[in-house]
Design a protein around this ligand. Structure first.
Ligand SMILES: Cc1cc2nc3c(=O)[nH]c(=O)nc-3n(C[C@H](O)[C@H](O)[C@H](O)COP(=O)(O)OP(=O)(O)OC[C@H]3O[C@@H](n4cnc5c(N)ncnc54)[C@H](O)[C@@H]3O)c2cc1C
Ligand SMILES: *[C@@H]1O[C@H](CO)[C@@H](O)[C@H](O)[C@H]1NC(C)=O
Ligand SMILES: *[C@@H]1O[C@H](CO)[C@@H](O)[C@H](O)[C@H]1NC(C)=O
Ligand SMILES: *[C@@H]1O[C@H](CO)[C@@H](O)[C@H](O)[C@H]1NC(C)=O
Ligand SMILES: *[C@@H]1O[C@H](CO)[C@@H](O)[C@H](O)[C@H]1NC(C)=O
Length: 576
């Protein structure tokens, strides 16, 4: 397969041709495949094949080197909504972390300035480049569309990528020179509640909801609330399927497990073209792999069913104070000293320097206030604010404390992270080493601590039922550092930042030998990623990959079966 005509020269030319409706032109091949083949594919999938463009394109006067008139009204809408998650989710040519729209190794891009989206410096006299966005995509509405894509891929050697909401921190939902499968509207209205859901061919029933691939967290939560139950999911409105496939932590995970723990059935189109319903009684090896194996490595999921909990009364301690170096030292010490006790009491905490939100579904308000008194006192002594709020449901908590305080998306964010083992918190010397390592993190880089890892004393999981690293169950903290660079970074800036993010995590890796990291929120260049993301589960995961995707139709960055950074699929990743 040759990709020489695309996107470097073919794309802009083709767009110009497409806008000429006489239809008499011979289209150039796309991704090395005759246009007639694409037309046939399009016809076979009910006309769901789409040309992709970066969503910033309306601001630019040139695309792929070809003049194209800007559209100032459309540009103004993009500028006004540049950091809005639902706006980005609705566009194929957008990613939450904008660097994944771009070809980071070459610098080819089509970005606005996320710090000031109205700044014309980003787009005036600049060319808009397709970058790392899949140049063509299928707006997938049915399993048959995925089957057609697999067949097309096998026949023509065109590589595939799968995009849902575009949250992936390692760019797995972008795909330079791939045919994209966009699943963001696939079954987006499918939400079904069952008091007694029985997985096919299985015994035993679950109180559960079934959600389509395109269902976002905010819709799932609202739906569950309407049925007077609680769905366990992520701390953001628009995260979708990839959350469950990679693990999925919730602020309720301490008591109710990870997202993947709660999946009881999945419908998936595997690369052999079969549309399967998998659970612990049917294709149980694949079902297990999908519960934590991560990304699109095993196929395209059309829907999944997750167990729900009763409506819960939530205690939320919301504490904030102006951080200074000395109070932060005391703050982290308080957090580390209480980590195991708080986990055992069922707290789930999102913590950043100078504030946290701590959630508990088991305590009453008096007990919750007592448990959090130390944190409240520390904040109050600094002139901060602190409440221990009781909410009648998780949905009310989510609306009041998550949606209302959601970070903007759009900046070029890159995390690195480590699951910090319980044993580190069990001794004074362990805690002292941890606090010393935290003190070394440059204050310009945000630290995020997610202290809501599934606690086996509270959440009775079935041994061997999931494939994410077992380290999750023995780690009080999922510890993250967030680095970033500017929209107009140089290649050297990017290399330096990825390298720095990776290096800054090294002391935490050394403090926790044998532990791991969270697939969905990891260092993009995670060292020894197979051990890190999956631990003792990796060998079996690799077997499952071989069985269901022997020809590597569904590869993605640091996914199961990854062949390495030299795969041409990854030419837009920078070398570090
Ligand atoms: C702002 C923000 C907040 C977040 N909050 C949380 C949180 O609270 N808890 C948490 O655990 N994680 C969180 N994450 C991380 C999140 O879980 C991952 O980014 C995850 O990959 C998102 O999945 P997605 O489907 O929404 O996104 P996408 O980027 O579209 O997809 C992610 C991966 O899943 C694959 N994929 C998606 N849908 C399908 C499908 N139907 N079939 C097959 N493969 C599919 C994609 O190919 C890709 O590999 C957050 C991320 C961001 C950016
Ligand atoms: C696919 O077909 C539909 C319906 O005819 C059409 O609107 C769309 O533009 C076609 N896609 C491409 C990439 O030509
Ligand atoms: C985007 O921004 C404009 C202007 O502020 C606003 O009117 C519009 O509702 C926003 N959302 C979408 C989806 O365009
Ligand atoms: C909702 O669920 C709660 C907890 O199970 C129960 O106490 C309450 O009666 C239910 N409300 C309705 C309207 O069914
Ligand atoms: C990037 O953009 C900022 C803001 O417009 C500008 O100040 C800076 O000089 C630019 N940097 C480069 C390398 O072009």
């Amino acid at each position: 397969m040759s990709d020489s005509l695309w996107p470097s020269t073919g794309f802009g030319a083709m767009l110009a041709l497409m806008s000429d409706l006489t239809g008499t032109y011979a289209h150039p091949p796309v991704l090395g495949v005759d246009w007639s083949e694409w037309t046939a594919l399009n016809a076979s999938i009910g006309g769901q094949l789409r040309l992709s463009t970066p969503f910033e394109l309306p601001c630019f006067a040139s695309f792929e080197g070809h003049a194209l008139p800007p559209d100032s009204a459309a540009c103004a809408a993009v500028q006004a909504n540049y950091t809005d998650a639902p706006f980005r989710v609705a566009q194929f040519g957008a990613a939450m972390n904008a660097q994944w729209e771009t070809c980071q190794s070459t610098g080819a891009k089509c970005l606005l300035d996320d710090a000031n989206p109205s700044s014309p410096a980003a787009y005036q006299d600049q060319n808009c480049d397709i970058g790392n966005i899949a140049p063509l995509h299928i707006d997938v509405r049915a399993a048959e569309h995925v089957q057609a894509a697999y067949e097309f891929s096998s026949k023509h050697g065109v590589r595939l990528s799968v995009k849902n909401t575009g949250h992936d921190y390692a760019g797995r939902s972008s795909g330079h020179n791939t045919l994209g499968l966009w699943v963001s509207t696939l079954n987006k209205d499918l939400m079904a509640f069952s008091d007694a859901f029985v997985p096919e061919q299985c015994d035993g029933s679950h109180k559960a909801i079934t959600i389509g691939a395109g269902v976002k967290m905010e819709d799932m939560y609202a739906f569950a609330d309407k049925h007077n139950v609680t769905a366990i999911g992520g701390y953001h409105r628009t995260v979708a399927t990839g959350y469950f496939l990679g693990g999925g932590h919730s602020v309720l995970s301490t008591v109710y497990g990870l997202g993947a723990d709660r999946v009881v059935q999945i419908k998936v189109v595997t690369p052999d073209g079969k549309y399967r319903t998998v659970n612990k009684c049917q294709d149980s090896d694949l079902f297990w792999a999908l519960r934590g194996g991560g990304g699109s490595a095993f196929g395209v999921v059309t829907e999944l069913t997750v167990t729900v909990e009763p409506q819960l009364t939530i205690q939320a301690a919301v504490v904030a104070f102006p951080p200074s170096p000395s109070t932060l030292t005391a703050w982290y010490k308080l957090m580390a000293d209480n980590a195991l006790e708080w986990s055992n009491a069922g707290w789930g905490i999102h913590l950043v320097p100078g504030s946290f939100v701590a959630v508990n579904p088991r305590l009453d308000n008096a007990a919750a206030s007592k448990a959090m008194q130390g944190a409240v006192d520390l904040a109050n002594a600094q002139g901060g604010t602190a409440v221990v709020d009781e909410l009648p449901s998780f949905y009310e908590f989510f609306t009041k404390y998550v949606v209302a305080t959601e970070n903007p998306v759009g900046p070029e964010v890159l995390p690195s992270s480590r699951l910090l083992s319980n044993s580190l918190f069990a001794t004074e010397s362990g805690k002292a080493s941890l606090l010393a390592a935290i003190a070394q993190v440059p204050s310009a880089l945000p630290i995020v601590i997610v202290a809501s890892n599934p606690n086996p004393a509270l959440f009775a999981y079935e041994e061997g039922s999931t494939s994410f690293t077992p380290a999750w169950r023995d780690s009080a903290w999922h510890f993250l550092i967030g680095a970033g660079f500017a929209y107009n970074s140089t290649l050297a800036d990017r290399q330096q930042m990825y390298t720095l993010a990776s290096q800054l995590m090294q002391p935490f890796r050394e403090l926790t030998p044998g532990s791991g990291a969270y697939f969905n929120e990891a260092d993009v260049y995670e060292p020894n990623h197979e051990q890190s993301f999956w631990g003792s589960n990796y060998a079996k995961l690799a077997e499952v990959k071989k069985k269901y995707d022997p020809n590597h139709i569904m590869d993605c960055w640091q996914c199961v079966g990854w062949k390495g950074a030299s795969d041409p699929l990854f030419t837009c990743y920078v070398q570090v």
